[in-house]
Design a protein around this ligand. Sequence first.
Ligand code: ADE
Length: 264
Amino acid sequence: MRLGIISALHEEQAGLVEAMERPSRLIHGMREYFVGQLWEIDAVCVLSRIGKVAAAMSATTLVEKFGVTHILFTGVAGAGDKTVRVGDIVIAESLVQHDMDASPLFPRFEVPLIGRSHFQPDLQLSMRLSVAAHDFLEQDFMEAIQRQDQMAFQLEQPRVHRGLIASGDQFVNDRLRLEAMNGALPGLVAVEMEGAAVAQVCHELNVPFAVIRAISDNANENAAHDFMRFVKSVAAQYAFYITRRLCRELRDAPLQPRIDSAGT
Ligand code: ADE
């Protein structure tokens, strides 16, 4: 396997690049790609940059130019539902582009000419990720996140959720807008700006992928408050520890080959 790791922000990527063995750095399309090994897994790290087009470009290049066989997206997101709290972890079960609307030509949210609105991540990779996230919270969290940051963000017994992630070219910082989205998209757990674009690319190129997000805010009027402090002191640690657990697990027990839809 060759794992493409897309991080949303520099702070989340830095620890992974530092941990990389025999890294080489290549510049392509205004992005830096770091190619090497992470805990004995062949890996390529890149920043998605922000928004759906930027993320789609990073994902496509990882597959077409760097030959990755799987993609992992790590980043932060706004909570999509009241049951999801800052510091919780969300793993996508499905992804949708909440700003896709070609109605009345096509149903709202449907990606025209693909015939679907929701994209499903690879179940095996997502389940491994889920185990890594649970183990992180149970075994690493207290060591990884400084006490003062736990207190500042009121991180009390963070949880792992699996559900629908909605992506769009908008930082959501409006309670009413979030409520409308939550009403239109049952099962919504998080809002962000890239995941469903990576999902569409992976669907079209038939590449298994998974998306994990740390909840940084409640997608309301306070969403931008302390955002960078959360990314640096919390999300970056989540991304590093969980990716390390995932890679070690993939090294010790590689994924089973996928059976494609034709059953071959
Ligand atoms: N990423 C983190 N928080 C977000 C929000 N509120 N809206 C969109 N993307 C986000």
